[in-house]
Design a protein around this ligand. Structure first.
Ligand code: AMP
Ligand code: MG
Length: 315
């Protein structure tokens, strides 16, 4: 972990309207003062992110959100149970909230989270204000789980990159919408659906009438440059293999997400493995089947979208 002066410098950059990339337990985020329109606009520019895709606001303490969102009993209960941690809550935005309207991207809701990573918490404390922080990658690409990924993706677009080593969870937060009549899981993520359903009962699915419920949930996302071939039961010599459990043999190169078949380990390795295998010279990345239980839902969600056909201009 960097020494205290790095945190103080990063916090000063943020207070002056700069962009700072920092580690969280899920993936690396690209942070800006959530109340500063120009700083938040700079996030969209640095990522090449479509303006209709809202940002998650990160805080050190839940109380920092009292003037920004309307809490309800379910939200309070879940925040008490799962924060700090990989759960984002979508709540009605208070009309008087001073956070940039760009964070909401035109919606009347706000997505909020309290991260658990000690560096993220120290930075949020030192900045003394909520930070908007999407994943620190160019829009539509694989999320970064190391500082080196951030450097490769964003280069000099961040004023500073705090290096906290590899992210422990390695998948983005679960996004739960509590702004309507029914709780809805908008994005499977680092907190498994089963943990939320133990608190809330069965959750409505992410897709309603074929339309994504969350603006960021475009069909093609997390896209490596190479095509992905899912549920591979064989592999050809010109393919790279993303294995789970006992690896198929015969691939040109391979990464095993978890030789022992552990989904938590697989989640933590997923994006780094995609980053490493995504090199010219292979025909495709063949991906072995991954079970749907626990974090498997979020892993499969990312893989399905990484494999989806890509429109020319996409998120
Ligand atoms: P990222 O910050 O890159 O992990 O993406 C944030 C995700 O949260 C995207 O999929 C957004 O669409 C979703 N999100 C953020 N704010 C809202 C909101 N107000 N309503 C619904 N989804 C949201
Ligand atoms: Mg992202």
């Amino acid at each position: 972990m960097p020494p205290f002066p790095a945190i103080a410098e990063a916090a000063a950059l943020l207070r002056a309207g700069g962009l700072v990339a920092f580690p969280t337990e899920t993936v690396y985020g690209l942070g800006a003062d959530a109340a500063d329109d120009r700083a938040v606009a700079a996030i969209y520019a640095a990522k090449g992110r479509p303006s209709f895709n809202p940002l998650i606001v990160h805080v050190a303490e839940a109380g920092q959100l009292d003037e920004e969102v309307v809490w309800n009993p379910a939200a309070r209960r879940l925040a008490r149970r799962f924060w700090p941690g990989p759960l984002t809550l979508v709540l009605p935005r208070r009309p008087e909230s001073r956070l940039s309207l760009l964070c909401s991207a035109g919606l009347d809701s706000l997505a909020v989270r309290m991260p658990a990573h000690p560096l993220a918490r120290a930075l949020l404390q030192a900045a003394g204000r909520p930070l908007a922080a999407p994943s620190a990658n160019r829009s539509g690409r694989v999320s970064p789980t190391t500082a080196a990924h951030v450097r490769r993706e964003l280069g000099g677009r961040a004023a500073m990159i705090l290096d906290g080593g590899p992210c422990a969870i390695g998948l983005e937060s679960s996004v739960l919408d509590l702004s309507g009549a029914q709780p809805r899981l908008l994005r499977a993520g680092g907190l498994p659906r089963q943990a939320l359903e133990r608190e809330l009962g069965p959750l409505a699915s992410r897709i309603d009438n074929g339309q994504p419920l969350s603006p960021g949930q475009l069909p093609s996302h997390y896209a490596p440059s190479l095509p992905l071939r899912l549920n591979a039961r064989t592999v050809s010599p010109d393919e790279a293999l993303l294995a789970f459990g006992t690896a198929l043999s015969g691939a040109a190169d391979s990464e095993n997400l978890s030789p022992g078949g552990d989904l938590t380990e697989a989640a933590a390795r997923l994006f780094a493995a995609l980053h490493r295998l995504d090199r010219p010279g292979f025909a495709a990345i063949a991906v072995m089947p991954i079970p749907m239980e626990g974090l498997g839902e979020a892993i499969n969600d990312r893989l399905i979208r990484a494999a989806a056909p890509r429109p020319r201009s996409q998120s």
